[in-house]
Design a protein around this ligand. Structure first.
Ligand SMILES: [Zn+2]
Length: 342
């Protein structure tokens, strides 16, 4: 069984997005309830993360942007139509980035095989100089920068399975050859980026791999994409670390998207991912992003954590189910574009 570190902090509940906002404090209750129901809480090592430093944020975000947000500590503000600041937001946002960073430090210390950051607010829409889509700091990007700058890693893969395209993460690493950003997402959909043809620029050419799928896709499509595109790519790249933007809003029950992935589907996807990571001796950090149906989030996190603890657990891998024709075509196109990488 793998040693897995879970990062959580009471301050994540203090980021108050107001009434009827889907990205709400109750999400943390759903996450904890799922782990309890799966009898997983005691199998994890728990830690409270520290807030990230200003210096670490500046590895990713612009100085004016960082200082503007830091100056909002204790205040209320609206940063974009979806993204609000409440008096408790800044400590939560700083600890959310700190949790992802701690995850990187923990798995690179060798003490833990995988780490999971159970934090909010999420991060993958946050751009260098802009908050959007519930995100303030780009937690996973700050974590990737930590891996490169503090630990000297040279090959990191970010796998973004949130149903929305991680436009912020893509933008931040668009010209990097050290961080390969892979995303499967619904398209057309918020935030509108993530076309197949967006493959990186300069040194980063070929290091952005987007798989935009039409709405309505389910387990066969996600498993096919994982098996045919992402897992072979990870095997080929042999990254020193994989960071996962772990969203659960591609779930059938999610109110913010139209995909039909089931909890069992997420389970197969993660188990197959961890099998491959084991085969190349690669640690990972899962960083919570979206997931707005409490039951789906609860079950999704639980099945992901169970897979991280023991990839051999759970039901047997299903025979390859028939994906949609669009999925087969888009995966082939993405594979072709990825094969052109320098
Ligand atoms: Zn999302």
């Amino acid at each position: 069984m793998n040693a897995v570190l879970a990062l959580s902090h009471p301050c994540f509940r203090e980021h108050d997005t107001g009434p009827n906002h889907p990205e709400c404090a109750d999400r943390m209750d759903a996450v904890e309830a799922g782990l309890r129901a799966g009898n997983l809480t005691a199998r994890l090592t728990w830690e409270r993360p520290e807030p990230v430093s200003r210096e670490q944020l500046l590895r990713i975000h612009g100085v004016e942007y960082v200082d503007h947000l830091l100056a909002l500590d204790g205040q209320s503000a609206r940063l974009d139509p979806d993204t609000v600041v409440s008096p408790g937001t800044l400590p939560a946002a700083l600890c959310a980035a700190g949790a992802a960073v701690r995850g990187v430090d923990a798995v690179l210390s060798g003490k833990f095989r995988h780490a999971v950051s159970l934090a909010r607010p999420p991060g993958h829409h946050a751009c260098r100089d802009r908050s959007m889509g519930f995100c303030l700091f780009n937690n996973i990007a700050v974590a990737a920068a930590r891996a490169l700058n503090a630990h000297g890693l040279q090959k990191v893969v970010i796998l973004d399975i949130d149903v929305h395209h991680g436009n912020g993460t893509q933008e931040i690493f668009y010209s990097s050859s050290q961080v390969t950003y892979c995303s499967i997402h619904q398209s057309p959909w918020y935030p509108g980026t993530g076309a197949l043809e967006e493959t990186g620029e300069g040194m980063g050419r070929g290091h952005t791999i987007n798989l935009p799928l039409p709405g309505g896709m389910g387990d066969p499509d996600y498993l096919y994409s994982n098996r045919e595109l992402f897992l072979p790519l990870i095997t080929k790249i042999r990254p020193q670390m994989v960071l996962v933007s772990a969203g659960f809003d591609a779930h059938l029950l999610d109110p913010l998207a139209d995909m039909s992935v089931t909890t069992a589907g997420f389970g197969f996807l993660y188990r197959e991912l961890f099998h491959v990571l084991e085969s190349i001796d690669c640690p990972s950090v899962m960083v919570l992003e979206g997931g707005y149906a409490p039951q789906a989030l609860s079950e999704g996190v639980s099945t992901m954590v169970e897979a991280a603890l023991d990839p051999a657990s759970g039901a047997e891998t299903p025979p390859p189910a028939l994906p949609h024709g669009d999925t087969v075509r888009l995966v082939a196109a993405a594979k072709h574009l990825a094969s052109l990488r320098e």
